[in-house]
Design a protein around this ligand. Sequence first.
Ligand code: PEP
Length: 258
Amino acid sequence: MAKVKRIPLVIGNWKMHPATLEAAKKLGKEVVAKALRARGTEACDVGIAVPTLYFDEIGKITKGKPIMLGAQNAAAGAVGAQTGEVSAGMIAERRGAFVIVGHSERRTLGEDNAQVGARASGVLAAKMTPIVCVGEKVRDTDGDYYHLVTEQLEAVFAELGPTAAARVVVAYEPVWAIGTGLTPTAEDVSTMRLSIKKYLHGKYGDSVANKVRVLYGGSVTDENATDFMQNGMIDGFLVGGASLSPATFAAIIKVCTA
Ligand code: PEP
């Protein structure tokens, strides 16, 4: 496969934080100011996935700046009898650029592969980028987790043609590493990245496999980010807890610009 230089991408997932809109605005201002300094000129794409209720206010802070605003989930349809859901179209209308889909915290609540695939298609149809989370709950000695991740990928890519597929971002997030302080080795991440690339290559060929960015997520800090970037062969990070610290989030961005 020919080597292609992809721009790194760092996404902060605020999850259900912070507790108030005032705190969110304060955090947003600090995150944006520090992230802008860290990314320099176009060396790294940056986004923050905030609670949807804070979208408009944080959108005022990111407006006109190269920091993307995104959501943490989106329903597949445009409108409908889906109590509690927000559609991809609604998020796009509020200037959302991307949506995280298939996060393990959503899968734990019962979202299955088919639903994740439908949600990712909805995000693409709304002209946004789906950040598709895949990852195993546990690592078994027979390597079944590679098959599990491939199944998760297939649920998303099965119906996608090459143009749509090239717009997807895959975030490899081993569930056991999320919020636990545990991490795989950079070599483990690199091997999983290769498996994801092999799947994409087999399905679409070089061009799409080269374009799809593969991120790593799971207890990323400014201390372990360099190793993952250099030895994990990834294109950036999906950052949970550490994205709530503007300084740490900026330091992770800085690693990706090196
Ligand atoms: C996440 O929520 O996607 C995540 C990776 O969380 P953390 O960085 O806190 O492990």
